[in-house]
Design a protein around this ligand. Structure first.
Ligand code: SIN
Ligand code: CO
Length: 391
């Protein structure tokens, strides 16, 4: 895809224009972003997913039995849905792209962004009046209307410490004032992009309102520092430690003086400032699966010769739903392939093929090291035999 061609899903902006002027900066309403969108799911199917063990779902009732803005967590059963009122509630199901291939397919439209920035597609269903209240998210999100109508209102950028309503399980803003003109009813195929920190309020206007939230991940400084330090820490020798050879005699033996603080600071900053290690950690961190326990590892190690024979007999592998891949070149020929929080060195074309959309068939075996890497990824659960997830 050339970054210079206008994209219909960005309202005719090029990827470069969108990234330069809107991404992480300001909201964008795109009418008809997906003009021929066929909603990949019915409300009943969403409710079915919310009844399954291991699928993350929430039910938000504005006027719940136990008070306003009641939140319940799935799995639910049919009786829960039968007892709900006619309006003012919302069902939210996380990571629907992991379970419904037609939903996963929508992610390809977002390839103008790094794929490892994508988190998941959450889908909500709400009867008229249903909402989760005015709130702020810390993540970029594209809110795509799948079916029915939802009214979206924006209240501008909000500080981290904006007051929220106390005593409920939702982070609903105490104050929400709609900014002039930022009030729209979205029809199927319309999409609203919101950067992190923008207050918003979406209320269903129909009895078939399905909204798809394409969300992105960005580690906080807190998570990044802790996780990188852990990664690095596992590899540092015990001998690398605070050292003060040649120091001047202390003016007062109980004082923690400036020189001591500077030595400690030097040790920490020099150890952390390692671009090669940082890249290795970053690739692992950004490919961490959303639900680690959904990776199905092989009970017994696969024999690479058997894998080769199966591929040569016409079988193919697939990337497991929810598995995450990225790659980074080490030089002109070699790369690290990151898969589901792990990293493996391999030939650059192999990393590129595995992380991208290349079919995983016998043709891949032409690349040196392919059989071993495919076997390792199959045993780790990042790959599966094609057809394994069919009903
Ligand atoms: C919803 O779909 O009801 C909520 C999505 C959001 O505001 O992030
Ligand atoms: Co939100």
């Amino acid at each position: 895809m050339s970054s210079e061609s206008p994209l219909a899903m960005l309202g005719g902006l090029t990827a470069a224009e969108f990234l330069g002027d809107y991404w992480q900066q300001k909201p964008l309403l795109i009418r008809g972003a997906f003009p021929d969108l066929e909603c990949p799911l019915e409300p009943d199917e969403l409710a079915g997913l919310a009844c399954e063990e291991g699928i993350e779902s929430r039910l938000v009732e504005e006027h719940g039995e136990s008070g306003p803005w009641q939140v319940r967590h799935g799995p639910f059963d049919e009786r829960t849905f039968a007892r709900l009122p006619e309006r003012d509630w919302t069902l939210l199901v996380q990571a629907v792209d992991h379970y419904v291939p037609d939903v996963a397919k929508l992610l390809e439209a977002f390839d103008f962004l790094p794929r490892w920035r994508l988190d998941d597609i959450m889908i909500s269903y709400a009867p008229p009046g249903g909402s989760v209240g005015p709130h702020v998210d810390q993540y970029d999100v594209f809110l795509l209307q799948g079916s029915g109508q939802r009214r979206w209102q924006l209240g501008g950028k909000v500080d981290d410490d904006a007051p929220i309503i106390a005593g409920i399980d939702l982070r609903i803003l105490e104050r929400f004032a709609v900014e002039d003109g930022d009030d729209w009813v979205l029809e199927p195929g319309d999409m609203l992009y919101l950067p992190p920190g923008w207050s918003h309020h979406g209320v269903s206007q129909s009895d078939d309102c399905l909204t798809l939230s394409v969300g992105f991940r960005a580690p906080s400084a807190d998570e990044a520092i802790t996780s990188f330090a852990d990664y690095l820490g596992e590899q540092l020798p015990a001998s690398r430690r605070y050292a003060d050879a040649g120091m001047a005699p202390p003016a007062d033996p109980t004082e923690l003086d400036d020189d001591a603080v500077a030595r400690m600071r030097g040790l920490i900053l020099e150890t952390l400032d390692d671009p090669a290690q940082l890249a290795q950690w970053f690739g692992r961190a950004m490919t961490q699966p959303k639900y680690v326990d959904q990776l199905v590892q092989s009970e017994h190690p696969t024999d690479p010769a058997e894998l080769v024979a199966a591929l040569q007999a016409g079988e193919a592998l697939m990337r497991s739903p929810g598995s995450r891949f990225a790659w980074r070149a080490l030089n002109d020929e070699r790369a690290t392939l990151f898969a589901d929080g792990d990293g493996a060195e391999c030939p650059l074309p192999l990393a590129h093929a595995l992380a991208g959309n290349t079919p995983l068939d016998a043709k891949l075996l032409e690349i040196e090291g392919a059989a071993e890497l495919l076997t390792a990824l199959l045993d780790a659960g990042s790959l599966a035999w094609d057809g394994e997830f069919d009903e």
